[in-house]
Design a protein around this ligand. Structure first.
Ligand code: ACO
Length: 423
């Protein structure tokens, strides 16, 4: 075998040679020698749970490609809707396919009035918009009962269109409710990001004119966030999808995973951290506190996969300057730049390969554009739904087994029940 590993079971002296494919070994081969012996891997750092043809990442080289296309080219030349099609269907659309896709997405942006009135307006006045989004997406499954027919290609395609189209509407709806402003209906004459900005910011003007530079910057951010292979949220999508739950329920689970501060919630934490630091003079002391464990982790730094640089962070840094040309500089930018400079010169971060990730600068852009911090993860979820659905569709096509990891039981051995009066 060209590349292989030989594993010997020292209990029996038996050996097996296993080929290395795509950098790993098959558990099925491993099992031939080791039977039911566990492969203990909390956090799945060494476990490939699927084959996937959607997104390729080379963390050491800082490479991210969707369906083979470098993220830099897509961010420069494509649009989020085209990228969403690419992720879901595997190839860039022809002009005709793209026209149909844009039409379909545009005409599914409306949400059922009861989603707005009964669900969105039923939340407490200070509900977090991400909690509202997660719940509303789950609720959609009760509006589209055909969604359960997941093996009917046309029906599944329809749910994919609905979900991609309705995410911006739900997101804007959650925001408007939180600030006590009336809901703005989608405008079918606008493209996805301009329409989203209109639903967010329109007040009394007959037509909201979004700044095209801001709409484009938002679209680029949507491209960068559209997929990132088996991160926590996408793994949740595939985990729940493997039980054949409908796409709305699986998407709600994925969005719930994204909500956590170690994942999509990090950009919100970055702004909170920069506010806590407060001034460039405090950066060095703050970094010292991070190193000693007093200040927690440096938010927006580090990544499970990227150990050199996060290519999305580089594109975002450039987009940030484009946005600041329109909005004026975010006052937290100088603190962020100093923090990056200090951390990248410090052996603690260098030796652990901790670099700014996608969240380090995205929050600064969102804030400059006027989005409140609790909308940041929602902004992440809007495009990520296309990646989640691409994985969901791929999972069904692979007819993958239900996901069911093993555990190592560490609890007590059998013991007999004792009544409460004797304990
Ligand atoms: N600040 C300070 N130290 C850090 C940081 C950080 N941001 N990230 C990791 N470390 C340290 C850990 O303490 C650990 O040090 P040790 O070896 O002395 O114990 C070492 O680096 C390795 O850390 P792990 O937790 O093993 O790395 P892991 O790959 O599990 O974590 C994660 C990745 C969760 C992203 C982590 O770097 C982190 O918490 N970063 C801050 C939150 C953040 O920015 N999340 C966004 C990620 S991008 C996204 O989800 C879109």
């Amino acid at each position: 075998m060209a590349e292989s590993v030989t594993i010997t079971d020292n209990r029996t002296g038996d050996s097996i040679e296993i080929p290395i494919e795509n950098g790993g070994v098959s558990a099925a081969e491993w099992k031939k020698l080791l039977g039911d012996t566990w492969f203990y891997d909390p956090g799945y750092t060494q476990t490939a749970a699927t084959r996937s043809a959607i997104t390729e990442i080379d963390g050491d080289a800082g490479i991210l490609r969707y369906r083979g296309y470098p993220i830099e080219q897509l961010a420069e030349q494509s649009t989020y809707l085209e990228v969403a099609y690419l992720l879901v269907y595997g190839d860039l659309p022809t002009a005709e396919q793209f026209a149909q896709w844009k039409h379909d997405i545009t005409y599914h942006t409306f949400i059922h009035e009861n989603v707005r009135k009964r669900f969105m307006e039923g939340f407490h006045y200070d509900a977090h918009p991400m909690g509202m989004l997660v719940s509303a997406v789950a609720a959609l499954s009760t509006f589209y009962l055909d969604a359960k027919d997941i093996f009917d290609r046309e029906t599944l395609d329809k749910q994919i269109v609905r979900l991609i189209a309705k995410m911006p509407t739900l997101a804007a709806c959650a925001f408007r409710f939180g600030i006590g402003m009336p809901f703005v209906y989608p405008d079918n004459s606008l493209d996805l990001s301009t329409n989203f900005l209109s639903m967010m910011w329109k007040v009394a003007e007959p037509r909201f004119e979004a700044n095209p530079k801001l709409a484009r910057a938002l679209d680029v951010l949507f491209i960068l966030h559209a997929d990132h292979e088996l991160n926590c949220g996408t793994a949740a999508m595939r985990m729940v999808g493997s039980s054949h739950a409908d796409p709305y329920s699986a998407t709600a689970a994925a969005a719930a995973a994204l909500y956590g501060p170690r994942h999509g919630g990090a950009n919100e934490q970055v702004i909170r951290m920069l506010n806590t630091i407060g001034s460039m003079d405090n950066v060095e002391a703050f970094v010292a506190d991070v190193k000693s464990g007093k200040a927690g982790r440096l938010q927006g730094f580090g990544h499970r996969v990227y150990k050199n640089f996060d290519p999305r962070a580089e594109i975002i840094k450039k987009a940030a300057y484009d946005v600041f040309e329109v909005t004026g500089k975010n006052p937290l930018l100088d603190i962020a730049l100093k923090l990056e400079e200090v951390a990248l010169a410090d052996d603690y971060f260098v030796s652990r390969k901790l670099y700014p990730n996608v969240d380090f600068y995205s929050g600064l852009i969102y804030q400059a554009m006027g989005f409140p911090v609790d909308m940041f993860t929602v902004l992440f979820a809007i495009p990520r739904v296309s990646g989640w659905l691409a994985h969901y569709k791929e999972l069904l096509e692979q007819d993958q087994k239900i996901a069911r990891p093993r555990q190592l039981y560490t609890g007590s051995a059998q013991r007999d029940y004792v009544g409460v009066d004797q304990r």
